[in-house]
Design a protein around this ligand. Structure first.
Ligand code: SF4
Ligand code: SF4
Ligand code: SF4
Ligand code: FES
Length: 348
């Protein structure tokens, strides 16, 4: 058990992996420590100061649990009157500067700030005194897929670190200081003007309702699938409501993408429900497309293939098709049509 550490949290014996933080060890054991800036995919920064714990020793000390590693024999308490008071003030300062219209928020009931406030409790009189800013900051709705509402942002930095550490894009960062601090593109650019690639990875990690998808509809259930936009084959979970796809999540269990998606996989699903989607073959007759049945369409294609063998023929394979389908297409082009005129859309 050299790679394991034994410690005590709130009187419970906890076995943790060496190198784990107290917060990770507690959460894995089912002990909730309030937190906002921690995310399991990202390096800890210790920004929100909510995950305070007391560590016993010669000099009992208070530390932030998301940046303190577990050690053998450590004795930790996650709730003491002193810690609760410090947390309460920190939460009230956040809420004082936060839009309180939770009923209109897409993250209502799934918001980490609500969870923290429920756990810690707030002093409503002190909160009323703290409320200074009345004017609302403008919502950045420039991106075609999602909105950023600075009035709901808790400045945890998770979106900034996601874009930096996971995507290596660094499209956004903290801008301005004090009460004016907000998340923005370099030079206070909007999301559309910034280098943002609209992958939505920051949205799925935002702990509150500051980053939300446009036209969000809550799915009633999820169906596992694979993205068909390119050859990476990312695993996805399609959110379905009334037989329509309303959202897409990355599938964490998929080895191809481990839960991540690009803009096409995450937001390119609306064509599935489109009224303009072709549902039967069309044949051009006298300059106009006319609906046909599959037998008629396939006979026409086969007839034209047999009349145009050799150098008159060329094929373009597709990144949206499977590897097996692309293999069959090149075999057909070479062996049946008698030409090497085959290319792939990924090279164009
Ligand atoms: S959508 Fe993607 S690229 Fe744009 S800011 Fe978020 S993480 Fe960065
Ligand atoms: S937008 Fe969300 S993730 Fe980004 S800093 Fe604000 S609250 Fe945190
Ligand atoms: S999510 Fe993006 S990278 Fe993944 S398969 Fe779809 S298009 Fe390719
Ligand atoms: S979660 Fe530890 S400081 Fe924010």
């Amino acid at each position: 058990m050299a790679d394991k550490v034994q410690l005590t949290i709130n009187g419970l014996s906890v076995t943790a992996d060496k190198g784990m933080t107290i917060l990770e060890a507690a959460l894995r054991k089912g002990i909730y420590i309030p937190h906002l800036c921690h995310h399991r995919d990202l390096d800890p920064v210790g920004a929100c100061r909510l995950c305070l714990v007391e560590i016993a020793g010669k000099w009992t000390k208070i530390a932030i649990s998301c940046k303190t590693e577990v050690t053998e024999g450590m004795v930790v308490r996650t709730e003491t009157p002193e810690i609760n008071e410090m947390r309460q003030v920190a939460v009230e300062l956040l809420i004082a500067d936060h839009d309180t219209d939770c009923l209109k928020c897409a993250r209502n009931t799934q918001c980490q700030l609500q969870r923290v406030a429920d756990h810690v409790g707030v002093d409503t009189e002190r909160l009323a005194r703290l409320r200074e800013r009345e004017e609302k900051q403008p919502i950045d709705d420039s991106n075609p897929f999602f909105n950023f509402d600075p009035n709901r942002c808790v400045l945890c930095g998770i979106c900034v670190r996601t874009c930096d550490e996971i995507l290596n894009i660094h499209a956004i960062d903290f801008a301005f200081r004090g009460l004016k601090t907000k998340i923005a593109g370099f030079g206070d650019k909007s999301r559309l003007e910034a280098d943002c690639e609209s992958c939505g990875e920051c949205i799925v990690r935002c702990p509150v309702g500051a980053l939300t998808e446009k036209d969000y509809k809550k799915p009633t259930h999820y169906v596992k699938s694979v993205c068909s936009f390119c050859g990476c084959g990312c695993g996805m979970r399609l959110g379905v409501r009334h037989d329509q796809i309303v959202s897409v999540k990355g599938d964490i269990s998929s080895p191809a993408n481990r839960g991540r998606l690009c803009v096409k996989g995450r937001y390119g699903f609306r064509f599935v429900n489109s009224d303009e989607r072709l549902t039967s073959p069309l044949i051009k007759k006298d300059g106009k497309f006319v609906e046909a049945d599959w037998d008629e369409a396939l006979d026409l294609v086969a007839d034209n293939f047999s009349k145009n063998k050799g150098e008159k023929f060329a094929a373009i394979a597709s990144a949206k098709a499977t590897t097996e389908d692309n293999y069959v297409l090149q075999k057909f082009t070479r062996a049946v049509m008698g030409t090497n005129n085959i290319d792939h859309c990924a090279r164009l």
